[in-house]
Design a protein around this ligand. Sequence first.
Ligand code: 5GP
Ligand code: ZN
Length: 238
Amino acid sequence: DFRSALAVYLSDPASVPSKSMLFYNDDFVVVPDAFPKSIVHALILPRDISITHLHPFEALNSNPELLESIRKISLQIRDLLARELRRIYLKTSALERARQKAFEELEERAISEPGFDPDSEESQALLPPGRDWASCIRIGVHARPSMSNLHIHVISQDMHSERMKHKKHYNSFNSGFFVDLDEFPLDGDDQRIPGVGHVTNGMLKGDMTCWKCGRNFGNRFQLLKEHLEVEYEAWKRI
Ligand code: 5GP
Ligand code: ZN
């Protein structure tokens, strides 16, 4: 059953090829999403077998300790992906290269000028402003996951990926269907909770709006894809 495809990572993480494994310890396994919906996209899987088949809302609402440990690791993975995103942009973004060059000049001065401190406030002021890369990464769960093992998405917000192929893909990350980890614990009357309400289907079927500028694309997925390409090019320049 495809719904249990993530189970292989849990049983024996050491045997997973390293390109399919970002990190693991006794409590978590972190893998790159096999069908990434953005430039960087990873999944965090708690290894505890007794909770792996819980609905994410139930797991995150009922267990403060688990929620806290997931918050902790998800921030580490967010920072890891933020560095990866920056590295990718370094190849494509003129601004990021200019910052890198200025940074290297400071490092060189530190070697050639005795007493020059590259970390001082005055030195750092010489660097062009950088982007807050961590703020480009989102952490959360789907209201109705398709995969049955408990997992948390860590994903850049760009939605720039050839694997992002239809409306449901897009809306599952860009509507209330995507529940940010910061929203937990949820209110007991949250209409997205199974048994409480039935709003989640509608969220996937609703209009698609650009995450960046808010423009409404209705049902026009191809237009949205073209627009995301424009946003991606623009994002590289700012
Ligand atoms: P869900 O909608 O269940 O929250 O998301 C499941 C995620 O698992 C999707 O983003 C999908 O691309 C990803 N996925 C599906 N099968 C596999 C797999 O075998 N390996 C990995 N690493 N990811 C997978
Ligand atoms: Zn836009």
